[in-house]
Design a binder for this molecule. Structure first.
Ligand code: THU
Length: 130
């Protein structure tokens, strides 16, 4: 399945009545399956969740843990950069070299990687004792 089409389609389902900023995310896992998510806002604003978080939750709920590729799309002037929390969430399930495409609904795309989005990421190795 085409990640771009999947992300674009799920974006339509976003619940974003407070920001009016709909975001769609699609992930391809190492096994080739595609999982999607959209932002889900809440009247208690901090309870809202990002599109990337939704896609990751769907992936994990399906028993998958390895992101091979990610795509995020929004109706923004420039390809939307994932928030800091979502960068850390992606890094939990993706290696540094995993490609991430950031896109606008009007067709601009920026290619990056999980490692570029979150240099110096905190990882499990940082909890190891000498
Ligand atoms: N948002 C995402 O879903 N993903 C991003 O990468 C950036 C921001 C959402 C959160 C909130 O619902 C809206 O966009 C405005 O911040």
């Amino acid at each position: 399945m085409d990640l771009k089409a999947a992300a674009r389609a799920v974006r339509d389902n976003a619940h974003a009545p407070y920001s009016n900023f709909k975001v769609g995310a699609a992930l391809r896992t190492a096994s080739g399956k595609v999982f999607v998510g959209c932002n889900v806002e809440n009247v208690a604003y901090p309870e809202g969740t990002c599109a990337e978080a939704g896609a990751i939750a769907a992936m994990v709920a399906a028993g998958e843990r390895e992101i091979a590729e990610a795509y995020v799309i929004a109706d923004s002037p420039d390809p939307v950069p994932p928030c800091g929390g979502c960068r850390q969430k992606l890094a939990e399930f993706a290696g540094r070299d995993v490609p991430v495409t950031l896109a606008t609904t009007s067709g601009s795309e920026r290619q990056t990687t999980v490692g570029t989005l979150l240099p110096g990421a905190f990882g499990a190795g940082h909890m190891e004792r000498r």
